[in-house]
Design a protein around this ligand. Sequence first.
Ligand SMILES: C[S@@+](CC[C@H](N)C(=O)[O-])C[C@H]1O[C@@H](n2cnc3c(N)ncnc32)[C@H](O)[C@@H]1O
Length: 258
Amino acid sequence: MRATTGLNHEQPRGNIRYSGLVRSSQNGVHPRLDDYVRRHLDTFWGQPLHGPSVAAYQELLATGCLCADRPFVLDSGCGTGSSTQILAQSYPQQLIIGVDRSQDRLSRTANLGDQSGNKNYRLVRADLSTFWRLLLRDGHVPTRHFIFYPNPWPKPGHLLRRWHAHPVFPQLVALGGRMEMRTNWGIYADEFARAVSLATAETIRAQRFSPASVVSPFEQKYRERGHALFSVVVSEKITSSFQQCWSQADTVGTKERI
Ligand SMILES: C[S@@+](CC[C@H](N)C(=O)[O-])C[C@H]1O[C@@H](n2cnc3c(N)ncnc32)[C@H](O)[C@@H]1O
């Protein structure tokens, strides 16, 4: 397998500081990535929604957190929610919605309490593949969508579990807003960028970056260990243009089917 971009994925080995580095037998973009992405783009994914996640979403609607005139930022896979709290300080005029499926992780933040006094965030326990579809169905577009350090699923056989090869991927991009994904695995970043490029017909590239300040526990851990960090940023213009094309191509009607 060959890498398709010029990113250097070399990372130091053999030192405890570098534990947590992603180890994979892949040494470049997965050779089947394009096939899967194209298939997902051509096929509607109609898996039943996850009931408890629908209930969590409905609670956000019922409490007025999600409504037409309230801008929001999405922190997908927020873990303990500490990134959600940091974003709440960075975007004080917006509601930050942190979503994670792990009650264990989310409850760690509840125990920390809200030291900032800032109440412009909500932590929600939900499965993202349901939550994203509901947001898209109802036209709730985040201004910014962060996916910090998603599970890498490094085994080649687990490609379909990575967000860019998951059947929900077209709906993730169609959700809209400025999307930013961060990872410490350069191949994941390359694959994510390639999948977005295939979907949108725009040239999207992964970038190495060095955060001025740390936004999440995983970012902190990786930075302390000296890992290279990568991000893929997709502008709001590109996601919104994809949303229009994707909804028009969806001739059977997304709303009836979700
Ligand atoms: C590697 S952790 C990163 C956590 C946090 N973003 C950070 O940077 O510290 C990935 C998180 O994604 C969550 N996650 C993975 N798949 C998910 C899904 N389908 N729905 C919701 N959360 C999910 C996991 O529970 C986990 O908390």
